[in-house]
Design a protein around this ligand. Structure first.
Ligand code: Y43
Ligand code: MG
Length: 255
């Protein structure tokens, strides 16, 4: 009987940075081997499946690492085909670390993950880590926000203090971890306002401003946001990691 082997069905384990043309003739794939194909030039994985976060994280990394070719060097979990990680942790930091470890292990590249959410004072910090699934179904921003507004329907402005929280984790394939936090305090509006951003942006008015997060231009939001703060704190670690094995220093720079 001829051996059944369809190379198009085979998953190719790849070394970090290697472009794979064809599958190996190995009929017994190693279950531990990565089935992820890494585009050449990739240096960092953003371990998120949230398009809104991804756009913000890419812009932040471009701003923090001006020498980096972000288009090429920064890939995301979705485009690598990495599965969504079950967020089994009970804190933002635990879930950020879970997501970053999973992506770093699967890709062989350093990975950054963000676990974030909205914490409402009168709800003792809820929705918190349950922000993305507050209305029951994961990632339905409109349903989440409408449920929250309905729950707080009787609460007057002076008791609507809330804040975004972000834990950002950088994990290397060897398992080294860096974890940083950021917060953005504000007041929950009675109705959604603005059409920028994502998630709960239309219902949080940052302290000191008279617009919602969804009315800020992206640069302004990133400058003051929970995610912006956490990523700024992570930046020196990212710079140190990504400058390892980097080409040359700037002309004239002492080494
Ligand atoms: O700047 C923000 N502006 C508005 N809403 C935000 C923000 N930052 C987090 N949020 C909300 C969205 C989601 O309801 C939850 C994050 O949940 P979180 O599990 O961290 O992300 P996710 O599941 O959407 O994507 P992933 O886990 O793949 O990164 O908090
Ligand atoms: Mg999530």
């Amino acid at each position: 009987m001829p051996e059944q082997h369809d190379p198009s069905q085979a998953a190719a384990p790849t070394a970090p940075g290697a472009a794979v043309e064809s599958a190996p003739e190995d009929p017994e794939p190693d279950p531990d081997a990565s089935a992820v194909s890494i585009p050449s030039g990739a240096r960092l994985v953003l371990a998120t499946h949230n398009a809104g976060k991804l756009a913000e994280l890419r812009a932040m990394i471009a701003a923090e690492l001006p020498g980096l070719d972000v288009e090429r060097a920064v890939v995301d979990a979705g485009s690598l085909g990495l599965p969504d990680v079950r967020e089994t942790g009970t804190t933002f930091q635990a879930n950020a670390l879970l997501k970053a470890h999973a992506a770093a292990e699967a890709s062989g590249l350093p990975a950054v993950a963000d676990d974030s959410g909205l914490a409402v004072d009168v709800l003792h910090g809820a929705p918190g880590i349950f922000s993305a699934r507050w209305a029951g179904r994961h990632g339905d921003d409109t349903a989440n926000l409408e449920l929250l507004l309905a729950q707080l329907g009787d609460i007057p402005d002076e008791h609507r203090a809330a804040g975004f929280v972000c834990a950002a984790a950088l994990v290397t394939p060897e398992g080294a971890e860096h974890l940083e936090f950021g917060h953005l305090r504000g007041t929950l509006l009675q109705e959604p306002v603005g059409d920028g951003g994502f998630g709960y942006d239309p219902v949080l008015r940052p302290d000191g401003l008279d617009v919602s997060c969804a009315q800020l231009d992206p640069e302004h939001k990133n400058r003051i946001s929970h995610r912006g703060q956490a990523m700024a704190a992570l930046a020196p670690h990212l710079v140190a990691l990504l400058s390892q094995g980097a080409p040359a220093a700037e002309p004239g720079e002492e080494r």
